[in-house]
Write a protein that binds this ligand. Structure first.
Ligand code: FEO
Length: 396
């Protein structure tokens, strides 16, 4: 159980901490669990709930509302229709049938489709529209594509608190209400990589919109809150910028050791040239760590053995994911070994149309690499060094 906790007078955290969840969307590893933050605002005239919780933890939310003696809910603000925040809405509306669901127009359509909420339950709000609760004013800021088309943030003007739902979230189960900058950086970056990275240009636009507010607090719907919003906003500016780090990411799979020898040799050659390297053996990699590495790396070198004329399925999976996440990579190359032939380069190139990258000549080797092949890897490292010299590099 999670108890309700008061953030400021009349503002309560009433969501649930999911300590044990280890997978999200049947895809994303959650090494540190997560939380579904829901907020109750109670002023003299009205009571509003901002977002609900994942339906499997609806009892926690309902228990918290009961513990606070909430007999009447006037509004349920729904910033985002995805079920980890909206999934308990039917239960809340059963308990509080007079509550009005406040959301963006696209969110209404999604809630009707995904949860079968009746169409007459809604108050549709435009971008910038305000709703007075009495003492407090909620202002609704449409922030589409962080990370669905309907997403919005809710700004509590008098308290300068932004309820941002997934935006600035992190999958981190913690008893702390506020984020410790040292502890939160990696979970927040992991979350950005997995959820937000495909939408970098819109993230930048939405950041600009929020920067103007002079926030005192960001209250996302996953992970701890930020009582110093500058930390997470600065991190987002870095991650969503076009600047990259002098780093090469090497995801690879090697069945009989030849590709692994090439990966190890190339790693040393890159390190000799003062280029950072992040290596991922795809038979055991946490894809969240790979996604995080892709947030600001300049180059990806895909290492693959050959299976039935193409890349190993592990490599195809990682390549598909990289293409879907649209990192700001500038260069891609391919290295690896084959038994007697294949179409690996063509297959991989066809899998990455979303990556706005220049291809660097691949190094593909028949069987076990020979001296000439290692020289080709030295040349690849030289080429990467030269290409990186032309980039604007993030130094931290
Ligand atoms: Fe946390 Fe997009 O749901």
């Amino acid at each position: 159980m999670t108890q309700p906790r008061e953030l400021r007078p009349g503002i309560f955290l009433v969501g649930a901490i999911d300590w044990d969840r280890r997978l999200f969307d049947d895809l994303i590893p959650l090494p540190d669990g997560t939380s579904y933050n829901s907020y109750l605002l109670r002023d003299e005239e009205n009571t509003a709930l901002i977002d609900t919780v994942d339906p499997k933890m609806a009892d926690v939310l309902v228990g918290n509302l009961r513990e606070l003696g909430v007999e009447k809910l006037d509004y349920v603000v729904t910033n985002h229709a995805e079920q980890d925040h909206s999934g308990s809405l039917p239960r809340v509306l059963e308990l509080y049938p007079d509550a009005v669901v406040v959301c963006s127009p696209r969110c209404r359509d999604l809630l009707v489709d995904h949860l079968h909420i009746p169409k007459d339950e809604f108050m549709i709000v435009k971008d910038g529209e305000a709703l007075s609760l009495g003492e407090w004013t909620l202002k609704f800021l449409h922030t589409p594509w962080v990370h669905w088309p309907e997403t919005m943030c809710t700004y509590l003007e008098e308290e300068k608190i932004l309820f941002s739902c997934d935006f600035f979230g992190s999958h981190l189960a913690t008893s702390e209400i506020f984020a410790d900058p040292l502890a939160i950086y990696e979970p927040a970056k992991r979350y950005y990589a997995e959820i937000m990275m495909p939408f970098r240009p819109t993230i930048r636009r939405n950041l600009e919109k929020i920067e103007r507010l002079g926030l005192e607090m960001i209250a996302p719907s996953h992970g701890p809150l930020y009582d110093d919003p500058s930390f997470i906003m600065e991190a987002y500016r870095d991650w969503a910028s076009e600047e990259v780090k002098n780093v090469v990411v090497i995801p690879y799979t090697s069945m009989h050791g030849s590709t692994e020898k090439m990966v190890s040799y190339l790693m040393d050659a890159l390190m000799d040239r003062n280029i950072g390297v992040m290596r991922f053996d795809l038979t055991r990699t946490d894809v969240g760590k790979l996604a995080m590495a892709l947030v600001d790396a300049a180059t990806m070198v895909i290492g693959t053995c050959t299976v039935l004329t193409g890349p190993h399925p592990n490599v195809a999976n990682a390549t598909f994911l990289a293409n879907a996440l649209r990192p700001k990579l500038k260069f891609v190359s391919i290295i690896g070994s084959y038994g007697w032939g294949g179409r690996t380069v063509k297959v991989i190139q066809d899998m990455i149309p979303n990556l706005k990258v220049e291809m660097i000549d691949p190094v593909l080797v028949k069987g076990l690499p020979r001296d000439d092949d290692f020289r080709a890897l030295d040349e690849l490292a030289d080429e990467i060094l030269e290409r990186h010299k032309g980039l604007k590099i993030l130094e931290h």
